[in-house]
Design a protein around this ligand. Structure first.
Ligand code: NAP
Length: 485
């Protein structure tokens, strides 16, 4: 099935297998950040639609949980194939609503498919245990079962793959799902509905709705039929959802904000470090949770690194993501641009030097120049706050322990990176860093095979790897007695 982009662009909710409007008939406009023009609308739904979606998922769960792992794996392999067949169309839809370059969008869609395939394989490896019994006449079994209905809320920066990480393990484990994509990028989320239908996933197994975040999120967290809430987004909203979910004691998985450090030691391969720095900072215009927020460079190579890094950043091609050769698209909205401007003004006031960029791009709208700031200091705002834009502050440090302390001096603990050619140092630093994801001499490390997730206020739980399915399962202990053995 090879389809056009418009085929996947649904402007309705998917509830119990039907594409429906909001009860009120009200809609929300969706805008292309590259042009500022409206590309369509989506339903402005609230509590009532969410209740119906949850009830549909609960009904579908009764039969979906009984399917065999290989039946589910087969449907998921079909889903994977459909995504790959339509990678170009899905990528175009993603770029239209999100702004990232078509190359990055294709990469994200490919990653979504990879998550589905990975979990199709993992579905067949949900093992329990038979435990040695302390009693002669009893046996002990530990079994795994799907938790039930799960609810998922995702952000605008990876509108396709953040859902793949949730829909994948849900389908594989035998759970059913109610999903709310971000309001600014709903179409890549709704496209999952079209793909699931085409793959033959039964009605009600995946339900998707758009609208009021607080009403939908409120119902998802408080409704007792939902047994797990999985969220990717800001730490601020994550904390609200954890509190709300406490009322019904649900499982919670949280993929939250970051403040990634990128450390370059004197002994690093400088060119490799600069290449990694560009990827770890400017991917998706700096709008990823694992994007570097703070560069720490050792004093001896500080000047050289800044010079090479600024020169490489200056070369990045800014433009509409749909145009050939674009490396950096627009920022998601005007608010994001203003935040970036505030960070730069604050840094300049406190002695930071703009080495390249620093201003809105000549293309106008929400385009911004890739920016490198030298002489960054701990008192500058971006030391503590997530930039989420194409601004790279570079701090200087003297010794290894200082670098580790600076890197760990944040309430976040998602991704970090460091560059060294000294093996002993690599282990010392890796063991000293309080982060869930560590890149050693690598600036881009996400892959479906590895567990993705943060420490401290960056989150709870893992997505990807064999660990990623655990949160979708209940563990039961069964004691079988009276065996007369
Ligand atoms: P956000 O403001 O927290 O929004 C994320 C999602 O939560 C959206 O769907 C949003 O809906 C919804 N939401 C907002 N308020 C809510 C509420 N009161 N109740 C329920 N849902 C609510 O985050 P964002 O600006 O979209 O994304 C950027 C953040 O995500 C950054 O902090 C980034 O680091 C983090 N992130 C983390 C990971 C990770 O894996 N750790 C990955 C990607 C992004 P609306 O769109 O309708 O407002």
């Amino acid at each position: 099935m090879l389809q056009k982009t418009s085929y996947f662009m649904k402007q309705a909710n998917l509830i119990a297998g039907e594409w429906v409007e909001a009860d009120s008939g009200q809609t929300i406009d969706v805008v292309n950040p590259a042009t500022g023009l409206k590309i369509g609308t989506v339903p402005n739904s609230g509590k009532a639609e969410t209740v119906r979606a949850i009830e549909a998922a609960a009904e579908a769960f009764e039969s979906w949980k009984k399917t065999s792992a290989s039946e589910r794996a087969k449907l998921m392999r079909k889903l994977h194939d459909l995504i790959m067949e339509n990678q170009d169309a899905l990528a175009e839809l993603l770029t239209l609503e999100q702004g990232k370059s078509l190359t990055e969008a294709k990469g994200e869609v490919g990653m979504s498919a990879a998550y589905i395939l990975w979990y199709a394989e993992e579905a067949r490896r949900i093992y329990g245990d038979v435990v040695p019994s302390p009693w002669r006449d009893r046996r002990i079994m530990v079994t795994k079962e799907p938790v039930g209905v799960i609810a998922a809320i995702t952000p605008w920066n990876f509108p396709s793959s953040m859902l793949a990480r949730k829909i994948g393990p849900a389908l594989a484990s035998g759970c059913t799902a109610v999903v709310k994509p971000a309001t600014q990028t709903p179409y890549s989320g709704l496209a999952w509905g079209v793909l699931c239908e085409e793959a033959g996933i039964p009605k009600g197994v995946v339900n998707i709705l758009t609208g009021s975040a607080s009403e939908i999120g409120g119902e998802m967290t408080r409704n007792p039929l939902v047994r797990k809430i999985t969220f990717t987004g800001s730490t601020e909203v994550g904390k609200i959802l954890i509190k709300q979910a406490a009322s019904t004691v649900k499982k919670v998985s949280m993929e939250l904000g970051g403040n990634a450090p990128f450390i370059v030691f004197d002994d690093a391969d400088l060119d490799r470090a600069v290449e990694g720095a560009i990827a770890a900072k400017f991917r998706n215009s700096g709008q990823t949770c694992v994007c570097t927020n703070r560069f720490f460079v050792q004093s001896k190579i500080y000047g050289k690194f800044v010079e090479k890094f600024a020169a490489a950043a200056e070369k990045l091609k800014v433009g509409n993501g749909l145009e050939e050769g674009t490396q950096q698209g627009p920022l998601i909205d005007e608010k994001a641009v203003q935040k970036v401007e505030e960070f730069i003004a604050d840094a300049e006031k406190k002695g930071g030097k703009v080495m390249t960029g620093g201003k809105r791009h000549a293309l106008g709208g929400t385009y911004f120049q890739p920016t490198v700031i030298a002489d960054a200091k701990p008192r500058m705002r971006f030391t503590r706050e997530e930039i989420f834009g194409p601004v790279a502050p570079v701090y200087k440090f003297k010794n290894e322990q200082e670098a580790i302390d600076l890197a760990n001096n944040t309430e976040y603990g998602l991704a970090c990176y460091f560059y060294t050619q000294d093996l002993g140092r690599a282990f010392r630093v890796m063991e000293g860093l309080k982060y869930g994801l560590i890149g050693v001499n690598e600036g881009v490390i996400t892959t479906v095979e590895a567990p993705f997730g943060g420490l401290k206020e960056s989150g709870l739980g893992k997505e990807g790897g064999h660990q990623g399915i655990e949160d979708y399962l209940d563990t039961k202990y069964v004691c079988i007695g009276g065996l007369g053995i």
